[in-house]
Structure formats: structure tokens, C-alpha cells
Design a protein around this ligand. Structure first.
Ligand SMILES: *Cc1c(COP(=O)(O)O)cnc(C)c1O
Length: 370
């Protein structure tokens, strides 16, 4: 059968806002100003307000958001090369790359298999005299237990960075993703819940000094043209992408609401002994970037669903410590993560799905048998 439910239909998502996006593009084209101008400045102000933080610093992508924040802390003397950073073992590779690229050491901590997020109870055993920071990754769109993580960090004098690339708009008691830690990195990769039409990313923080260093780092380490304070990079968020993101930010909460409706139907109507549904701490804490189930018969289920016209993907097939890029991590035994990487399967949770498509996914999953 042909695909009836694509995993994510980016064309349909952006087509909803075609007119507004064309207006935004036209405005930028006619302005004659394409980098670090009024579109970026206003997007930064609007996204900081959305995230309830004092500052937002736009950068070229989510990986740079994380990498530059850690570099800024090195420049500020808050971190030193060789310091250890706690990070969940089952995260996307970008979290780990940001740490190792800065000469810092990623210390992989097992997640809670119910929430997929870093397990605070496993953090104490990973502490050493060199531990100086923790990177909490809000995986699949669900906020980590930030109250417990921040309390742990205060107790052990650790910096906290949130990898919020999958969790724009998630809240705990009204407090937004990106506002809990000392800083947070966001990605606006097209497939993220808030996606540009190309690459983009941002850092949010309430720290004036950090924001100031980051504004320089993203622009060759320079505040003033041809005067370089740091060995920075070129990581700017284009005016045209900022203009698109301003349009899409106004629709983000609606899209999250639709994702929550779809997820709520899956949670109440999917019923199959081969499948374990995801655990949700609270409605508001999850923005359903991905709807991830666990199953012992993943290959058979994925193939069956595709036959039924439902496209599913795996996030992620290989854990970071088993990647060829990290031979220094290959000796680690992380059974919880390794088990998750064998079992996880992501069902479509695209905000443009019709009710009939949602129904089709539910029927297909429920009718699976070996
Ligand atoms: C997407 C993603 C990133 C990186 O974002 P890019 O914009 O692709 O560089 C980092 N961390 C996580 C958890 C992500 O999902």
C-alpha cells in the first residue's frame, strides 16, 4: 500500500502559513539587509518573551547553540578544559558533540526508561571532583525533572544547560522549557516543533554576562567590527529565517495543542500487548515532538505499519557510546539505554494529520499481531 500517513509532512505544515511566509520573505528581500538586523532582533525579543527569559541569542543551528554556550562558560572561567558534564546516555549525538568539541568530558548517565529523560537518581554515582555541569535533554518533547535537577546542581555547584531542541513550549507549573537552567539551547531545524525553512537555533538565558559573550561568539568573537575579544565563529541566524520564525512562533501553541490531541487519542485508544505506551508526567510538560512507543518486536511492527500505509521512524537506532565517532566511550555498559535503542519506535504525530489519519494509525497498531 502507498503511504497514507507520512511521518511528518513539512510541506503541509508550512502550506498552512503560505501567505504569511511569502509576506515575510518579501519584506526581507526588499529591505536589502540580510544578517543581524531588525528581523533577528525582534524574533529574539519575541522568543525570549515566549520562553520567559531575559535574553535570546539567535545562532545558525541547535548544535551551535549548545556548543557556543559551553564555549562562553570556558571564556568566562566558569568551566575549564577537562571538566566533566553529566548528560543522558540516550540523547541525540548533538548534545554529546557540543561537550566534546569544547574539550569537556561527557559523562553518560542512564535515563529513566519511563520518561526517556536523565534519571536524577543515577546522577550521584556519576559525580566526580571534575563534574562542573549537567546538560538536561528534554527528549521527545517532555521536560526533564527540572526541579530535582536544579536542586541537585545547586547542592553540587554545577551549571545547568537545557538541551531544549525538542521541547519548545513545554511547561511545568507554567514555567517554560529553556527558563529553568543557567542557559538553554534550541534548534529550529525544519522538523522541530518550531521549525525554520532551513537551519537556525538560539540560546535563552537570564544571565546578562553570558548573553553578552554569546552575542560576540556567534559573530567572530566580536562586539565591534574588526575588534575580536574571543576566537569566535560565524554562527548567525539569517534575517529571512528570523522572519519565517516570527510567523511560525505565532502558531506554535496551536500546533502543540493539535499534537496533544493526537497523543491523547493514541494514549487512550492504542491497545496492543506488544506495545508499551509513553509515560506522561503531566499534559503541559510534554509537547509531543515525537510519540515514542516501546516494543520487543520493532522490526516486525515497523514493517507491518508501513504495509498499512503508516510511516514510522526510530529515534535513535544507535546510542552515542556505540557510535564509531566515539571509540573512547565504547567500553561503557549502559543497559537501560541500549535496551531503549533496541525497542523505541516513533509513531506519526504531525499537527496537520486529519482525524481519519489518526484513526488509521490507531487501527493499524491495534491490528498488529505476530
Ligand atoms: C535537533 C537536535 C539538536 C541539534 O539541532 P540542529 O539544529 O540540528 O543542530 C540538538 N539536540 C537535540 C536533542 C536535537 O533533537
Amino acid at each position: 500500500m502507498s503511504i497514507q500517513v507520512p511521518f511528518l509532512n513539512l510541506q503541509a505544515i508550512n502550506a498552512q502559513y503560505q501567505g504569511e511566509l511569502e509576506q515575510a520573505a518579501k519584506r526581507v528581500i526588499q529591505s536589502g539587509w540580510y544578517l543581524c538586523g531588525s528581523e533577528l532582533e525582534s524574533f529574539e525579543a519575541e522568543f525570549a518573551q515566549y520562553c520567559q527569559t531575559k535574553h535570546c541569542i539567535g545562532v545558525a543551528n541547535g548544535l551551535d547553540a549548545l556548543t557556543l554556550t559551553l564555549q562562553a562558560w570556558l571564556e568566562m572561567g566558569k568551566l575549564n578544559k577537562g571538566d566533566e558534564v553529566l548528560v543522558p546516555a540516550n540523547t541525540y549525538i548533538a548534545s554529546i558533540l557540543a561537550i566534546s568539541k569544547n574539550g569537556l568530558v561527557p559523562v553518560l548517565v542512564e535515563p529513566n526508561p519511563n520518561t526517556f529523560n536523565i534519571d536524577v537518581n543515577n546522577m550521584t554515582a556519576s559525580l566526580s571532583g571534575k563534574t562542573k555541569a549537567v546538560m538536561a535533554v528534554h527528549l521527545y518533547g517532555q521536560l526533564s525533572e527540572m526541579e530535582a535537577i536544579c536542586a541537585f546542581a545547586r547542592e553540587h555547584a554545577l551549571l545547568v544547560i537545557e538541551d531544549s531542541a525538542q521541547s519548545h513550549g513545554a511547561t511545568i507549573n507554567g514555567k517554560k522549557a529553556g527558563s529553568f537552567g543557567d542557559a538553554a539551547g534550541f534548534s529550529f531545524y525544519p522538523g522541530k516543533n518550531l521549525g525554520a525553512l532551513g537551519d537556525a537555533g538560539a540560546i535563552t538565558t537570564n544571565d546578562d554576562e553570558l548573553a553578552n559573550v554569546l552575542f560576540a561568539l556567534r559573530n567572530y568573537g566580536s562586539h565591534k567590527k574588526y575588534e575580536n575579544l574571543y576566537q569566535g565563529v560565524n554562527s548567525r541566524l539569517d534575517e529571512i529565517q528570523a522572519a519565517f520564525l516570527k510567523v511560525k512562533l505565532t502558531h506554535l501553541d496551536n500546533e502543540i495543542a493539535r499534537r496533544r490531541d493526537i497523543a491523547a487519542r493514541y494514549l487512550s485508544e492504542i491497545d496492543n500487548a506488544h506495545i508499551r505506551l509513553p509515560h506522561v508526567a503531566s499534559d503541559e510538560a510534554h509537547v509531543w515532538h515525537l510519540f515514542v512507543i516501546q516494543t520487543d518486536v520493532r522490526d516486525a511492527l515497523q514493517a507491518y505499519l508501513l504495509e498499512q500505509g503508516v510511516q514510522c521512524l526510530i529515534h535513535y537506532p544507535i546510542p552515542p557510546h556505540k557510535q564509531q565517532a566515539y571509540p573512547e566511550l565504547s567500553h561503557l555498559e549502559l543497559p537501560i539505554s541500549e535496551n531503549l535503542h533496541r525497542k523505541v519506535l516513533s509513531l506519526p504525530v504531525d499537527p496537520t494529520m486529519t482525524d481519519a489519519q489518526v484513526e488509521l494509525v490507531i487501527q493499524a497498531v491495534n491490528s498488529f499481531s505476530l
